[in-house]
Design a protein around this ligand. Structure first.
Ligand SMILES: [Zn+2]
Length: 479
């Protein structure tokens, strides 16, 4: 019997990023989040007849910064178009966007190629009063135009992702990069970062693309991965049973895990794009590009490469530190403290510190200073204290701050060194207490080391070094 065809997912992302400018894309209204509805509007962003758009220079600057951070080509002249469609959140009846000549083309971030980045304006926000909610005493929907006209950068990737997990991981890198360059709050829950996914399947080994569907607005990293997984499963079932995938736009409901069609996917001609007649082409001058480049900090992917290359950290550890700038910064200050700790050891202990501080905590706002942290790691590396003691000191540092040397002294956590007779005596006691285990180790069963080492650790309250205990056990057994 022939094996079932294996399919591989082909995933591309379209990300909308609200830019953190002071004012809207084409008018002077201030951006707001959480202000009373319809308090940040003017004739222009309400689409009243006779008004004219003016391009927000700060939004263009941010758009160029994004393009440079993603390695895109910046177009010397790009064009705004009208994208026509009717919807209550779009008072003009069209959105000003970019079409055939976007601000940025091409590029790459990590393993994923960038197709384009263009600028556009956000739609207003529809507020639907469900059966429980009421607006002005009735069940209805209302429009909040505060969001209408907010500057957006739309980032479109090539279909280079092959799994839900890879998509989630890559979006994390993108968010970290955008946060590092300071162009957006990039908060998925608040909608300043929104992600759609294009998903198709193809037989493994094929280079042709299958029919894709578009998953709309998954508003958290978890939902993005869940939605893609559900869609890959749905398409796999369709294809295996010989049914075609329809090109359509789908909504993922994380509560039920179900995918429901929103509409059959529009083609570009449905939008009747034409050049925005009220705006001249956007010219990105060399001065504008230089100014944007001058504002770029070291990007997270470059920092990860530096951590892995120059400092020799394992790639995954390097990314963990570089993709959370607050961790990368703390790590670098600790390294610069020059306490004698190796970069790799510091990076390992960063993980312990992060666990103790709790998820998402910024070590810089804890009681642990980078200098104290560095000297603690150096003490462990020099075997002045054991790893277990090191973990205990971290806990105390997190709770009360201070100097690790003082804490070690006060708590009596200093290591019992190998040339200390008392450690030899404890090892001898361990062998005497468990002669069976001792005999097994002597005959070559190294698994029996466990209980013996455990005994010594208990007796010394974790102050002895595991390697030294091992060495003494072998020595005393004549191995
Ligand atoms: Zn306005």
């Amino acid at each position: 019997m022939a094996a079932e065809t294996e399919y591989e997912p082909v995933i591309g992302l379209e990300i909308h990023v609200q830019l953190k400018t002071r004012t809207k894309m084409f008018c002077g209204c201030e951006l707001s989040f959480g202000d009373p509805p319809n308090t940040h509007t003017c004739p222009r962003c309400l689409g009243l007849p006779g008004t004219l758009p003016v391009i927000n220079a700060q939004a263009v600057h941010y758009g160029i910064m994004i393009g440079l951070a993603l390695g895109s080509q910046i177009a010397a002249r790009s064009q705004f178009h009208r994208k026509n469609y009717f919807y209550p959140d779009l008072p003009k009846g069209y959105q000003i966007s970019q079409y055939d000549v976007p601000l940025c083309s091409g590029g790459r971030l990590g393993e994923v190629r960038i197709h384009r980045v263009h600028l556009e304006e956000d739609a207003a926000k529809l507020v639907h009063a469900g059966s429980s909610g009421r607006i002005h005493g009735a069940e209805r929907s209302a429009v909040d135009f505060n969001r209408g006209g907010t500057p957006l950068a739309e980032i479109v990737t090539e279909p280079d992702l092959r799994s839900a997990e890879a998509a989630r991981e890559w979006l994390t890198l993108l968010r970290t990069t955008l946060r590092a360059i300071g162009v957006s709050d990039v908060n998925m829950e608040e909608g300043s970062l929104r992600c759609d996914a294009n998903v198709s399947l193809r037989p493994v080994g094929s280079s042709e693309l299958g029919t894709k569907t578009e998953l709309k607005n998954m508003n958290s990293f978890r939902f993005l991965a869940q939605g893609i997984r559900a869609e890959v499963e749905r398409q796999t079932e369709l294809l295996r049973s010989g049914r075609p995938v329809q090109q359509e736009t789908l909504h993922f409901d994380p509560a039920s895990g179900s995918l429901t069609p929103l509409r059959s996917k529009e083609e570009a001609h449905d939008y009747r794009y034409f050049p925005e007649p009220d705006l001249v082409p956007l010219e990105a001058t060399a001065e504008m590009i230089d100014a944007a480049r001058a504002q770029l900090p070291e990007l997270p992917s470059a920092r990860a490469e530096r951590f892995a290359g120059a400092l020799g950290l394992p790639a995954e550890r390097a990314r963990e530190l570089a993709f959370r700038p607050e961790l990368g910064d703390f790590f670098e200050v600790a390294l610069a403290a020059d306490a004698g700790a190796e970069p790799a050891a510091l990076a390992n202990w960063m993980q312990t510190l992060v666990e103790r501080l709790g998820d998402g905590a910024d070590p810089a706002s804890s009681l642990v200073t980078p200098q104290a942290f560095a000297s603690l790691v150096a003490m462990v590396s020099e075997k002045a204290i054991s790893r277990d003691a090191g973990r205990e000191v971290i806990e105390l540092l997190v709770a009360e701050g201070g100097d690790p040397g003082t804490i070690v002294e006060r708590e009596g956590l200093g290591a019992i060194s190998a040339d200390d007779d008392s450690l030899s005596a404890v090892v001898a006691a361990a062998l005497a207490a468990d002669p069976a285990a001792a005999e097994q180790v002597r005959s070559g069963n190294m698994k029996a080391m466990g209980p013996l080492v455990g005994y010594v650790m208990r007796e010394t309250k974790g102050r002895a070094d595991g390697g030294e205990i091992n060495r003494l056990i072998r020595e005393q057994l004549g191995l």
